[in-house]
Write a protein that binds this ligand. Structure first.
Ligand SMILES: C[S@@+](CC[C@H](N)C(=O)[O-])C[C@H]1O[C@@H](n2cnc3c(N)ncnc32)[C@H](O)[C@@H]1O
Length: 356
């Protein structure tokens, strides 16, 4: 398999429908969430609004699993969430409450049957096989690269350009850059930049293959490291993170990583984070939550994803480590969100502009 080499990093290839891909990837999760809710009588109990804790208490469900299931049902449009309380949507109320039925039972499904079991039993035996994907595998990184080129890169670039980021920077670091398409695309659309990709040692040969295929080996430095453990060398005006799995990481580790990036940023520097996380609430997008539910059901442990930070939480952590100004830049489809933090606050910025 070859490195996908394209000329125009702004053009979205014709006929690419990433929404259809998400449907195919998470279609079964829709069935599973709906069917589990019917089989365990969730709609029967939500004719009047209730918090997840209240419902869990009344029904004898596990509170964390109840919250995830209810949020997923909101994402599907079958429940409504207002002020932390859930109730049936008019469809659920008119058609599903008391009479909901299913065509095939989730209870008997070897994987998704575990969701219902976790709802009533809490922690169950792990399935095994969970853990990180094999990031050092070329085919996997090529897949991530193709996904980026199918619209995610172009949309990210647009959001960052709208914020004027590339007119403020000369040197950037792509943290967990993997295949390197984001770093390569930034350089190709903004010649004159200098870049670095930081990733685990086993991933760097793949990044090198991509960087060489685009003739950028002189301009992109490759740095081996673990952002949660190692000191980052160099100094930059932009630190960029895309999908390194922050929603699976405890807040204190995220704080340490953002703190380290704050340290290597110039005073005018910015941190941009793009992740599979909602803006404020995990009920906002079914696909994002389904992505988490797959890992949760695999692990069998309701507390395995105890924190599940949102984009708002990322901005809160940024402010805590010294980025006084933060902004939600937007959604990429219903799959990812992008946020940003400035190392310099508006006050400092005004002062510097006056002085120069
Ligand atoms: C899903 S891939 C994303 C690649 C690329 N950033 C993108 O958005 O397409 C996750 C990447 O993050 C890297 N990564 C995960 N944890 C990391 C860590 N602690 N330090 C450095 N890189 C990490 C992985 O090795 C992998 O290349």
């Amino acid at each position: 398999m070859e490195v996908p080499v394209i000329r125009d990093f702004r053009e979205i290839p014709e006929g690419v429908d990433t929404g259809l891909l998400l449907e195919c990837e998470f279609g079964m999760a829709k069935w599973a969430v709906y069917t589990t809710a019917v089989e365990y009588g969730v709609f029967d109990r939500l004719s009047s609004p209730s918090t997840a804790e209240e419902l869990a208490e009344r029904a004898g469900f596990h509170p964390t699993v109840t919250k995830h299931l209810l949020d997923a049902l909101v994402g599907l449009g079958l429940l409504v969430k207002e002020g932390g309380r859930y109730r049936n949507s008019s469809l659920a109320e008119r058609v599903l409450a008391r009479y909901g039925f299913v065509f095939s039972s989730a209870k008997r499904h070897p994987f998704w049957g575990r969701l219902g079991r976790m709802l009533v039993e809490g922690k169950i035996e792990p399935l095994g096989g969970e853990g990180e994907p094999p990031f050092g595998d070329f085919e996997l990184q090529r897949h991530y690269a193709l996904r980026a080129l199918a619209g995610e890169f172009q949309a990210t670039l647009k959001l960052m350009e709208a914020e004027g980021i590339f007119s403020m920077i000369r040197r950037f670091i792509d943290v967990g850059g993997g295949h390197g398409i984001y770093a390569i695309g930034f350089m190709k659309t903004h010649p004159g930049l200098k870049g670095a990709i930081l990733d685990r040692p086993e991933v760097l040969p793949i990044a090198r293959r991509f960087v060489e295929a685009y003739g950028l080996e002189e301009k992109i430095e490759l740095i081996a490291g673990d952002i949660f453990r190692d000191r980052v060398p160099g100094s930059y005006e932009l630190a960029f993170i895309s999908n390194i799995g922050l929603p699976y990481v405890p807040p204190d580790a995220i704080e340490a990583a953002f703190g380290e990036l704050h340290r290597v940023l110039e005073p005018s520097g910015v941190l941009v984070v793009k992740e599979i996380a909602p803006h404020r609430d995990w009920a906002e997008s079914f696909y994002q939550l389904a992505h988490q539910l797959l890992a949760l059901v695999q692990s069998g442990d309701p507390e395995w994803l105890a924190s599940m930070p949102t984009a708002d939480d990322f901005m809160g952590i940024m402010r805590r480590v010294g980025f006084p100004r933060t902004k939600f830049l937007g959604w990429i489809g219903r799959w990812e969100t992008v946020v940003m933090g400035w190392k310099t606050g508006e006050e400092d910025l005004r002062r510097t502009t006056k002085e120069t």
